[in-house]
Design a protein around this ligand. Structure first.
Ligand code: ATP
Ligand code: MG
Length: 341
């Protein structure tokens, strides 16, 4: 008997519900073919949840993730300025999901300036300026504290090197600004260097973040695994998504010792929400990472193969990458490419 995977599902807001519905329909179709099965436990988070329950992250959602250990999550809007603190950051901190894994890999058939990109970003996910430690010193001075710890830096470095070792990656670049932030980024680099010494078979290098932005645009192929802090990782992720065709494509996994939350790199894209325009590929590829995490290799490969077929054919692509199809039509094409009825 195949096991039923209990998965916490957070559709989110903006384009979240659309890309989540598309992804779930594709996973359900794959499950029918491979004999796997999913039990989705669905929850609101953010403004929608607040309107219904009075909590931005309902207690039942926390409990569900604690029990299931695996969640698939759409984007949840974080308002700029006041209001509530980021739901995404809160969940990552609550479950100590310290490792944000973001593979950036070209899909077939998309016209970009950079063919065959294949790099991995490991972004530290719990500290840095994202610790949320901000105060107004007086009405004219705001202070935001950057926290970097030996523990946080060492464990993200270890995640990156372990991944590189396991998957035959050759190079790890630690990205920093230690020339200016000598203590905080200095500590991060020190920890990276110490971990690197345990992996002599993997080339280790250090690049300053501003130079890295230029290097990524001039010659992204020099990078293999990028290892970085929280804020630089956020910015470099969007830059790298641009190399392969945009935010609609890049998946992510937030990994901790006990739980994992799979979510796209992109946000809630309010400009295109509710219009059947969103590209569900990023969340779908996050779901493929989830299938691997669940050891559902057959389903993961089936969905991956169908996705690549749809991209190679180029007939059912969404507008963000030059197509004319909607979210629904794209997901139906992926389901058809799996040979599902
Ligand atoms: P966040 O602060 O949550 O990271 P953001 O401000 O970086 O959000 P996004 O919501 O990621 O912004 O959107 C940035 C741009 O990318 C928008 O123009 C949006 O329409 C586009 N975009 C993001 N995701 C997708 C998608 N899945 N399909 C198509 N376009 C997308
Ligand atoms: Mg963003």
């Amino acid at each position: 008997m195949a096991t039923t995977h209990k998965i916490t599902l957070v559709p989110g807001d903006g384009i979240g519900p659309e890309v989540t519905a598309a992804t779930v329909s594709i996973l359900e179709a794959a499950a029918k073919i491979t004999g796997s099965s999913f039990d989705w436990h669905t929850f609101d988070a953010g403004a929608d949840a607040f309107a219904k329950t009075g909590e931005y992250i309902p207690k039942a959602l926390y409990e569900s993730i604690e029990a299931n250990k695996v969640a698939l999550k759409g984007p949840v809007t974080t308002p700029i300025g006041g209001g509530f603190s980021s739901i995404n950051v809160t969940l990552r901190k609550k479950f100590d999901l310290y490792s944000n894994f973001r593979p950036v890999k070209s899909l077939p058939g998309i016209k970009t300036n950079y063919p065959n990109i294949d790099l991995i970003i490991f972004r530290e996910n719990t500290e840095d300026l994202y610790a949320g430690l901000e105060v107004m010193i007086n009405p004219d001075i705001a202070q935001s504290l950057k926290i970097i710890t030996r523990k946080g830096s060492t464990r993200i470095a270890r995640s990156a090197f372990e991944y590189a070792k396991k998957h035959g990656r050759k190079k790890v670049h630690a990205i920093h600004k230690a020339n200016i932030m000598k203590l905080s980024d200095g500590l991060f680099l020190k920890c990276c260097k110490e971990v690197a010494e345990e992996y002599p078979e993997i080339t280790y290098a250090e690049h300053i973040v501003d130079n890295t932005c230029m290097q990524l645009v001039m010659n992204p192929y020099q990078y293999d695994v990028i290892l970085t802090e929280n804020l630089y990782g956020d910015i470099l992720s969007d830059l790298c998504s641009g190399l392969i065709g945009g935010l609609g494509l890049v998946p992510g996994a937030n990994l901790g010792a006990d739980c994992a939350i799979f979510e796209a790199v992109h946000g809630s894209a309010p400009d295109i929400a509710g219009q059947d325009k969103a590209n569900p590929t990023a969340l779908l590829q996050s779901a493929i990472l989830m299938l691997h995490h669940l050891d559902e290799t057959a389903a993961a490969n089936l969905v991956q193969g169908a996705l690549e077929t749809v991209y190679a054919e180029g007939k059912s692509l969404t507008r963000d990458i030059g197509g004319t199809s909607g979210t629904k039509a794209f997901s139906e094409a992926v389901i058809a490419a799996m040979g599902a009825k």
